[in-house]
Design a protein around this ligand. Structure first.
Ligand code: HEM
Length: 213
């Protein structure tokens, strides 16, 4: 019942994902950003990127726990919107903050561990974004799935990036805890347990068959 009613709202993922960007554009146009506008833009692209990344790895567990198959289809748009925000975040750092001074940027990457892990997360996201279309899926076959498992390394790296740059570690730790739970829910033993819980009949049937054998 809940499944059917929520499915109708799945399209909201697009306006909701674009909302932080629209608000940022409006505030920029109306000159509503603070004097430290680079920091504002960094924050207002970094946080949505992280939220969308975590949401993208929540889709499969939502199907596992609640049987919401439609949620799996949201993985791709959520991942692509996350990539859009990460690109804007990186552009803010490289172009606005460092004026494309690649020497200074390379020094920052080498000296600050949070920049290093952020860069690693971005570099790992690139092949996923480039292969998120049907043609790449067909071309890569089984390797497509393997390649896209990279998201389970990307999200922890992004959380670590946030943790290492934050003075107050609590928000990053919350993202970390959510990521940990979502990664645990991928374990085959938990997936089987939830699937059996959702279909008690199926589990009883399987038990009967097991005993019969
Ligand atoms: C998946 C990739 C990334 C994600 C999800 C991400 C996310 C974030 C988040 C959530 C923040 C904190 C915003 C705040 O509350 O102030 C942040 C800050 C920042 N990020 Fe990223 N980031 C990523 C990649 C990068 C990359 C590639 C760079 C640069 C090469 C970078 C540079 C920065 C900088 C300079 C800050 C501000 C640090 C400060 O306030 O002193 N990030 N990022």
């Amino acid at each position: 019942m809940i499944n059917i009613s929520l499915k109708r709202f799945a399209w909201l993922v697009h306006p909701l994902a674009l909302l932080p960007l629209a608000l940022l554009a409006v505030d920029t146009a109306l000159d509503n950003l603070s004097v430290n506008f680079i920091q504002d833009i960094t924050e207002r692209t970094g946080i949505p990127a992280l939220v969308l990344l975590v949401l993208s790895i929540a889709c499969t567990p939502l199907n596992t726990v609640f049987g919401w198959k439609w949620a799996v289809a949201l993985r791709k748009p959520l991942g692509l919107y996350a990539f859009l925000y990460v690109c804007l975040h990186l552009l803010t750092f490289t172009a606005l903050d460092y004026g494309l001074d690649w020497g200074a940027i390379a020094t920052e990457v080498g000296e600050k561990r949070y920049i290093l892990v952020g860069t690693a997360a971005f570099l790992l996201l690139v092949p996923l974004a480039l292969t998120s279309n049907k043609a790449a899926m067909r071309r890569l076959g089984k390797n497509w799935k393997r390649l896209h498992l990279l998201v389970y390394a990307i999200v922890p790296l992004a959380v670590l990036h946030y943790l290492w740059l934050s003075k107050d570690p609590r928000p990053a730790l919350l993202f970390g805890a959510a990521t940990g739970v979502l990664l645990l829910l991928r374990l085959p033993v938990l997936r089987r347990a939830f699937s059996a819980l959702r279909k008690p009949g199926a589990s009883v049937d399987r038990q009967k068959t097991d005993t019969a054998m």
